[in-house]
Design a protein around this ligand. Structure first.
Ligand code: 5AD
Ligand code: SF4
Length: 542
């Protein structure tokens, strides 16, 4: 199926606001020692905060960490931006449109500040990149504090909130309240481990969790702002990730998504260790990453798969990972996908274009031949695996014939889902030295043509599920729709039941009717209706 960047997509770097499933309640952490309660300042003295998150899962994960730090410092969450005393905007810079969403809200934010002079606004995420501060102040005049993504752990310190809350201990650059670390000028891997260890990550869902494994990106895709905003690749230590996975399993999480701009690079920057001596000297030929004695993504996936419940099942039933760069997709990883029952039968493999010359200009490193070879291997190893991708139309110099190669690729691969966007030049990226010579009207037309073709393919792919029984992890209760709005009318026998939705292991969105208590459970659904973007079915045995 196909869509432009719409809510619910599961990919990095896009311009949407999270629509997470069931939101776990975010309660401010109490003091470590109850006797200290009476010494705490009035909670009213601390700002009520609201985090506005745009973009990818990495941003959503980062926002959970920031919200957790603010809660740990004693702040409460405000129900909306309008009534907050502290607004944290976690931005996305992947396309101009994503940045404009926030730039366009500066007037509203200035009005809120005029009405409440105590209001403070922090802007972080990928729009904050050096050397850009003067420009930032011009574009975001309502903002008081800019933090780069790697400075996010300093949020509480930089706002002076930690000092509003006793007792405070400073350990090097790390600030603690009670026994809880609330601020640190440390490497992200270290601060993440501390946040997880002290239980302060305010996860937005009690069912599915994000688990960052590598920060930054070493690729040089010419259109992409991410290497400039998020810096070079830094892998989290293997054991920290396993600890976080164990914590998530113990907390009852059913699904974990390993996150990174390019998860396939995981481990190349870690120190070699004897226990990883069996990892091959060089992985897939891509960058000939030296992995001798270092863990890779395959190793990590197998270790998470090996975490078991007392009855021997994988402790985390569904394991996903995004995003994979096709050039670094190793045979070792493909074998791990095939061997590990917890790994979901879905792979997001961004192709960006179906034309080799365009891929060359994009700096993508692979050819379509390589991409298709990898795909064939994956499909052989994991029959029926769902494949999704990202495509950019109208990149610099893309001819009509080159665009048609992208269309042809859709027919060849028959993706389950495509996230397509028109090329948007990003200041400071190498592609700005190429002419952005595809007229806007042509970009729009190409996008619509591609979307229409993929809509048909997505529908056909989904129709293959008709009549089949699938496992759906229910993650949302949806608001009732006006009568007749839906293609599948509710069964009268289930009147009173709610509209629920969830995902199959292959990441298909499935609507069903049932009791809200099913949220968080994996249920069996027989598929009765297929649309281009979602399936509908009935609970088996209900
Ligand atoms: N213009 C349009 N799309 C872009 N993407 C990244 N940079 C740009 C850009 N400058 C898309 C790519 C990437 C996805 C997350 O966003 O397709 O895979
Ligand atoms: Fe951007 Fe390419 Fe890195 Fe993805 S792999 S974040 S598209 S530079």
């Amino acid at each position: 199926m196909i869509q432009t960047r719409t809510p619910g997509r599961e990919l990095p770097m896009l311009d949407l606001i999270a629509t997470g499933p069931a939101v776990a309640s975010r309660v401010p952490a109490g003091p470590a020692d109850e006797r200290l309660t009476e010494y705490l300042p009035e909670t009213r003295a601390l700002p009520r905060f609201h985090v506005w998150t745009l973009g990818c899962q990495m941003n959503r994960s980062d926002s959970e960490e920031m919200a957790g730090r603010l809660l740990a410092a004693g702040c409460e969450e405000a129900p909306s931006l309008d009534v907050a005393e502290l607004i944290v905007i976690n931005t996305c810079a992947i396309r101009e449109g994503a940045e404009q969403k926030v730039i366009g809200r500066q007037g509203q934010l200035a009005r809120l500040k005029a009405a409440n002079p105590g209001l403070r606004i922090v802007l972080t995420g990928c729009s904050v990149r050096e050397p850009d501060r003067a420009g930032l102040r011009r574009r975001y005049p309502a903002v008081d504090l800019f933090l780069r993504p790697d400075e996010e752990p300093e949020l509480v310190d930089r706002l002076g909130l930690a000092s509003a809350h006793a007792p405070i201990g400073a350990v090097g650059a790390t600030t603690t309240v009670g026994r809880t670390v609330v601020g640190a000028a440390d490497r992200l891997a270290g601060t993440r481990a501390q946040a997880v260890g002290s239980g302060t990550v305010a996860r937005g869902s009690a069912i599915s969790a994000w688990l960052p494994i590598i920060y930054g990106c070493d690729k040089t895709c010419t259109y992409c702002i991410v290497p400039f905003s998020r810096g070079p690749e830094r892998s989290r230590p293997f054991d920290d990730i396993l600890d976080e996975a164990r914590t998530l399993a113990a907390a009852g999480y059913r699904e974990v998504t390993l996150l990174g701009q390019n998860v396939n690079s995981y481990g190349h920057d870690l120190a070699p260790e004897p226990r990883f001596a069996h990892v091959a000297g060089a992985r897939w030929a891509g960058r000939q990453l030296d992995l001798a004695g270092r863990p890779d993504l395959a190793e990590l996936i197998r270790a998470i798969e090996d975490l078991r419940t007392s009855d021997g099942r994988p402790a985390i039933g569904r394991l996903r990972f995004v995003t994979s760069h096709p050039w670094d997709l190793s045979d070792r990883l493909i074998s791990a996908l095939a061997d590990c029952e917890s790994v979901c039968e879905h792979l997001h493999l961004p192709v960006q274009s179906g034309s080799d010359p365009v891929l060359r200009r994009m700096g993508r490193q692979y050819t379509i031949g390589h991409y298709l070879e990898r795909l064939a291997r994956i499909r052989e190893a994991v029959p029926g695996i769902a494949i999704s991708t990202d495509i950019i139309v109208g990149f610099c110099g893309e001819t009509e014939a080159q665009f048609e190669e992208s269309l042809a690729l859709l027919e060849t691969v028959r993706y389950d889902q495509v996230f397509a966007a028109a090329y948007s030049p990003r200041p400071g990226t190498p592609a700005t030295r190429l002419a952005d010579d595809v007229p806007a009207a042509d970009k729009r037309r190409r996008l619509n043509t591609l979307l229409a073709i993929q809509e048909r393919i997505g529908l056909e792919r989904n129709q293959a599920w008709l009549g089949r029984e699938v496992e759906v992890l229910v993650d949302a209760v949806n608001a009732p729709r006006p009568h007749g709005h839906e293609d599948g009318a509710l069964d009268p026998a289930s009147a009173g039941a709610s509209r629920l939705s969830g995902r199959t292991r292959s990441n298909k969105l499935v609507h069903l009717t049932g009791d809200p208590s099913l949220v968080g459970q994996a249920v069996t659904v027989q598929i009765a209706h297929a649309g281009p973007y979602a399936l509908r079915g009935a609970l088996v045995g209900a």
